[in-house]
Design a protein around this ligand. Structure first.
Ligand code: NAD
Length: 516
C-alpha cells in the first residue's frame, strides 16, 4: 500500500520571474478578488497565438566612420569628392548609407577599403550584405473583437515582452470599450541604424510574412516605439496592392497618415488621452492643470504630444529624459520650441539633448525633480522600487506601457503617490485607432473636433468608472455608470482598471460560452 507520503505533492517550482509574469501579477490579483471564472482565467493567462518568424533584407553599402585613433594611419589619404550628395544618407550613429551612385567618379581614393570625405573623416566602406531579423506577432485574445496592437521596432524586444504588451492591449481595448482584443509585435532592430530604403525593404518583407496572420477583421497593427505613419503606409501598401477589393482593406493598419485614410487626431491621440485623464484627475479634486508642473520621460509620439497639450492647458514642463540623455529647466521648458528642435531633420537622433532652452542633467537626477506630475512615456520597467522611493511628484500618469514594476507600485502606494495606470492613461491611441477603423469601413472622414470630442468623452467616462471602482462608489451619472463594476471594497487604481477590463471580457465568455 502506498504510504501517505507517496501522495504528497511536490512543492510547485517557483516560476521564473519574467516581464510577462510581472505584468500578469495584477491580472492574478484582480482575478482572485472578483473570483474570475476559472476557464476564462485559463483563456486569458496565456496568449491565443505566439508567432516568431524571420525577415531578410539586402542592405546597402555604407560608410562607417573610424575613431580618431584608427584614422591616424590614413593621414595622407586624399579627399574623395562626393558626386551626388543626395545619395549620401547620414544615420543617427554616424554611418552613411550609399544610395544610388553617390561616389561614382574617377577621383574616388580608396585605400584598403577606406576613404576620406570632405567632412575630414576617414570612413570604412562596408559592402551591403543580406541580413536576417527576428520578428514577432503575439495575438493574446480576441473575445471582444479582432486582435489589436502596435508594432515595435527596437533592439530590446523579445517574445516575453510582446506577450506582456499584447495582454496589456486586451485589457486596454476592454477598458476603452472598443470592439477589439489584444495583440503586439515588431522586429528586433534599431531603426536609427538603417537607411530609408533599407527600412522600407525590411518593412515590406515583414508584411509579406505577416500577411497570412492578420487582416482588417482579424488582427490590426498600429504604430508603437520606433514605428510611425510612414511605416504604416508601407504595411498598408504591401498588404493591399493588387487585391481586388483593395480599398476595403484600408483598416488593415491604423495610425496612417490622414491623406491615405488615417484619422484626424490619431497622431496626438495617446498624448491627448493622457492629458484628458490628468485634467479629469484634477477636476475631480476641484483643481485644474493650470499652474501644475510636470516631468517627462520620452519625447516621441506620446511624450511630445502629451507635453504640448499639457503645456496648452497651462502646465509647466521642468525636465525631460529620452534615450540619449536628460534636460532640465526650473523655469519651465518651452515645449513647442523643444518639439521643433526634436523634429528638425538635422537632429538625426530625434533627441532633446542639445536643446538650447535647458541644461543637461544626469538621468538619475530626473527622478529627484520636484513636480506635481510625472509622465513616463518611453519604455517599460523604468520606475523601479528605488526610483519610486526617490520620486518627488504627487501623481504619475502612465503614458508608456508597463513603466512601473510591481515592487515600485507597492512603494508608490506606501508613499501615497497617486497613479493613473497605463491601461486607461494611454488608451487614447487605440480609441482613435478604432475611430480610424470605422471611418475606413464606412469610407468616411471625421473632423478633428469630432474625434477629440468623442475621445474626451470615452476617456473620461471610463476613467471615472475606474475611480469609482477604486473608491467603491457605485453610481450612475449622465456620463457613466459604475454600478456593474464596483466590488464592495476599495482597491488601488491599477487593480480597479484591471477589474473593469476583466468584467467586460468575462461577460463575452459567460454570455457566448465556449465553442468546442
Ligand atoms: P516613440 O518611438 O515615438 O518615442 C519613444 C521615446 O522614448 C523617444 O523619445 C526615445 O528617445 C525614448 N526612449 C527610448 N528608449 C529610452 C530609454 N532607454 N530611456 C529613456 N527614454 C527612452 O514611441 P511612442 O509611440 O511615443 O511610445 C512611447 C511609449 O508609449 C511606449 O511604451 C509605447 O508602448 C506607449 N504607447 C504608445 C502608443 C502610441 O500610440 N504610439 C499608444 C499607447 C502606448
Amino acid at each position: 500500500m502506498a504510504s501517505e507520503e507517496t501522495f504528497m505533492r511536490a512543492p510547485a517550482p517557483t516560476p521564473k520571474r519574467t516581464i510577462y509574469t510581472e505584468a500578469m501579477e495584477i491580472f492574478n490579483f484582480a482575478a482572485d478578488l472578483i473570483g474570475l471564472d476559472k476557464r476564462v482565467r485559463l483563456e486569458l493567462e496565456e496568449p491565443d497565438y505566439e508567432h516568431i518568424f524571420y525577415v531578410t533584407a539586402k542592405l546597402k553599402d555604407r560608410l562607417v566612420p573610424l575613431l580618431p585613433e584608427e584614422a591616424k594611419s590614413f593621414a595622407d589619404l586624399p579627399v574623395t569628392q562626393v558626386r551626388n550628395p543626395d545619395g549620401l544618407e547620414r544615420l543617427a550613429n554616424g554611418n552613411l548609407i550609399l544610395n544610388g551612385r553617390a561616389l561614382l567618379g574617377s577621383d574616388v581614393a580608396i585605400r584598403h577599403g577606406h576613404l576620406r570625405l570632405p567632412d575630414g573623416h576617414v570612413y570604412q566602406l562596408v559592402p551591403g550584405e543580406s541580413q536576417r531579423f527576428k520578428a514577432y506577432r503575439v495575438q493574446h485574445n480576441q473575445a471582444r473583437g479582432p486582435y489589436k496592437g502596435g508594432l515595435r521596432y527596437h533592439r530590446e524586444v523579445s517574445l516575453d515582452l510582446f506577450k506582456a504588451l499584447a495582454a496589456e492591449m486586451t485589457w486596454k481595448t476592454a477598458i476603452a470599450e472598443v470592439p477589439f482584443g489584444g495583440g503586439k509585435g515588431g522586429i528586433q532592430l534599431d531603426p536609427r541604424e538603417y537607411g530609408r530604403e533599407e527600412l522600407e525593404a525590411i518593412t515590406l518583407r515583414f508584411m509579406y510574412r505577416l500577411k497570412s496572420l492578420i487582416g482588417p477583421n482579424i488582427d490590426i497593427p498600429a504604430p508603437d516605439v520606433g514605428t510611425n505613419p510612414e511605416i504604416m503606409a508601407l504595411l498598408y501598401r504591401q498588404f493591399s496592392d493588387g487585391e481586388r477589393e483593395r480599398h476595403n482593406l484600408r483598416g488593415i493598419v491604423t495610425g496612417k497618415d490622414v491623406r491615405i485614410g488615417g484619422s484626424e487626431g490619431r497622431g496626438k491621440a495617446t498624448g491627448q488621452g493622457v492629458a484628458f485623464c490628468i485634467e479629469d484627475y484634477y477636476a475631480d479634486r476641484g483643481e485644474s492643470v493650470k499652474g501644475k508642473t510636470f516631468v517627462l520621460q520620452g519625447f516621441g509620439n506620446v511624450g511630445s504630444h502629451a507635453a504640448i497639450i499639457l503645456g496648452n492647458m497651462g502646465a509647466r514642463l521642468l525636465a525631460v529624459n529620452d534615450a540619449d540623455g536628460t534636460i532640465f529647466n526650473g523655469d519651465g521648458i518651452d515645449v513647442n520650441a523643444l518639439a521643433a528642435y526634436v523634429a528638425d531633420p538635422k537632429n538625426l537622433k530625434r533627441s532633446v539633448i542639445g536643446f538650447p532652452g535647458a541644461q543637461r542633467i544626469e538621468k538619475k537626477d530626473l527622478w529627484d525633480v520636484q513636480a506635481d506630475i510625472l509622465v513616463p512615456a518611453a519604455l517599460g520597467g523604468e520606475i523601479t522600487a528605488d526610483v519610486a522611493e526617490r520620486l518627488k511628484v504627487k501623481l504619475i500618469a502612465e503614458g508608456a506601457n508597463g513603466p512601473t514594476t510591481p515592487e515600485a507600485d507597492r512603494v508608490l502606494q506606501k508613499r501615497g503617490i497617486e497613479l493613473i495606470p497605463d491601461i486607461i492613461a494611454n488608451a487614447g491611441g487605440v480609441t482613435v485607432s478604432y475611430y480610424e477603423w470605422i471611418q475606413n469601413k464606412r469610407m468616411e472622414r471625421w473632423s478633428e473636433a469630432e474625434v477629440d470630442q468623442r475621445l474626451e468623452r470615452a476617456m473620461k467616462r471610463n476613467y471615472r468608472i475606474i475611480r469609482d471602482i477604486s473608491r467603491n462608489q457605485p453610481r450612475k451619472t449622465e456620463m457613466h455608470d459604475s454600478r456593474p463594476y464596483c466590488i464592495g471594497r476599495t482597491v488601488d487604481s491599477r487593480c480597479a482598471a484591471m477589474i473593469l477590463a476583466l468584467k467586460r471580457i468575462e461577460a463575452h465568455y459567460l454570455l457566448e460560452g465556449f465553442s468546442q
